[in-house]
Design a protein around this ligand. Structure first.
Ligand code: PLP
Length: 393
């Protein structure tokens, strides 16, 4: 399709749906039978493209893949049973024993743990660099196989110049991959910035209702086909039909939801920054200018509080923000850095170093900006120790 479509237009319509149903049915089936011997033979010979078994092609999952590819401006997409399945299949398709990967420091903690455990066992070495230092990134690239990016990052919320980093990778013949879960294609289309493969935890904004765990990659057909054929069938982390259907439904409101997250997050970030007990706010809405290619922001941010705020009491006083990991759904969430830093399997050393122990990460959901601010501000009040002067009087 050559005509320019808005994201709103892409997500609204489905094509070739049986019975012209507005909502496509769920192909909730593990296998697809053949009418006769010849049809089976032609399919096995590759002369006929049709579903055989749902670990390979499933029409519901395929409909989601096609829509996501359109949103990312990609030739093709491939969906997985989780974001980590998408990450591991992609990395293991393009890197093998003796290869080196360059990854950014503050990436998603389980991506880091995957690099440090399975990748290390398979003889893949990973070097970590600061994404805000292009010279350091470039110095690490010669001889590398893969540049693994995440921007904006989802724990310390740093936005990098993705186009510049992708250009460095290209100059050194290194394949670039980016985790675009935070921005979604609504606010950042990395392929247009020169990145080779974009991936998502679809469990976050793409699903958008906190009822799906899934992942997806998008990019040029040749690269997506390699992941689809070389890693997905054997690692087996395929997106299920039901989840594909829920993702199609989630996408319908993605452009609307992202605008609502953006608006509420800007208000919350501004109010937090003006609060006397808040010492810093990490959210792209606070930047004087956004990095090139990032056209908006989502609802995930972090902020640090002064010593006067008792963080456990703050978390317990919140009513609308609930304690929980993940993000990207309709609901507002809070995660205190102190808890993350004391977990048994801590995040990578650089991320831990970059995390302010006085900070909390919040996801600004869709409950309405003013009620959410009222909740945060009441909880800050409830958690504030009396000031020195008041205490003495
Ligand atoms: C959640 C998350 C992942 C992993 O996705 P799952 O669907 O939980 O496997 C990857 N990257 C980021 C940035 C995430 O937040």
């Amino acid at each position: 399709m050559t005509s320019f479509l808005l994201p709103e237009t892409i997500v609204a319509h489905d094509h070739d749906v049986p019975l012209d149903a507005v909502v496509p049915p769920i192909a909730q089936t593990s296998l697809f039978t053949f009418r006769d011997y010849d049809e089976m033979l032609a399919t096995y010979r590759g002369e006929l493209a049709r579903p055989v078994y749902s670990r390979g092609l499933n029409p519901t999952v395929r409909a989601f893949e096609e829509k996501l590819a359109q949103l990312e401006g990609a030739e093709d997409a491939c969906a997985f049973g989780s974001g980590m399945a998408a990450i591991s299949a992609t990395v293991l398709t393009f890197a093998g024993p003796g290869d080196r990967i360059v990854a950014l420091e503050s990436i998603y903690p389980d991506a880091y743990r995957f690099f440090e455990t399975l990748c290390a066992r398979f003889g893949i070495q990973v070097d970590y660099v600061d994404g805000s230092d292009p010279d350091a990134v470039e110095a690490a690239l010669p001889g590398a196989r893969l540049l693994y990016l995440e921007s904006p990052t989802s724990w310390v919320i740093e936005a990098h110049d993705v186009g510049a980093l992708a250009a460095l990778a290209r100059r050194h013949g290194v394949l670039s991959v980016i985790d675009n879960s935070w921005a979604t294609p609504i606010f950042q289309q990395p392929l247009g910035l020169g990145v080779d493969i974009v991936l998502h935890s679809a469990s976050k904004y793409l699903g958008g209702h906190s009822d799906v765990v899934a992942g997806v990659i998008a990019g040029p057909k040749a690269l997506v086909t390699r992941v689809r054929n070389e890693a997905l069938p054997y690692l087996g982390g395929k997106c299920s039909p039901m989840d594909g259907w829920l993702l199609l439904r989630g996408l319908r409101t993605l452009p609307l939801r992202m605008k609502a997250h953006q608006e509420a997050a800007a208000l919350i970030a501004d109010r937090l920054a003006a609060h006397p007990q808040v010492t810093s706010v990490a959210h792209p809405s606070r930047l004087a200018t956004l990095p090139p290619g990032l056209t908006g922001w989502s609802g995930l941010m972090s902020f640090a509080v002064s010593e006067r705020i008792h963080i456990p009491r703050f978390c317990n006083a919140l009513r609308l923000f609930r304690l929980g990991v993940s993000w990207g759904g309709h609901e507002s969430l809070v995660v205190p850095a102190q808890v993350v830093l004391s977990q048994a399997a801590p995040p990578n050393a650089a991320l831990a170093f970059n995390m302010d122990p006085r900070s909390v990460r919040i996801h600004v959901g869709l409950e309405g900006a003013e009620p959410l601010w009222a909740d945060l501000s009441a909880a800050l009040d409830a958690a504030a120790a009396p000031s020195q002067d008041t205490a003495r009087s």
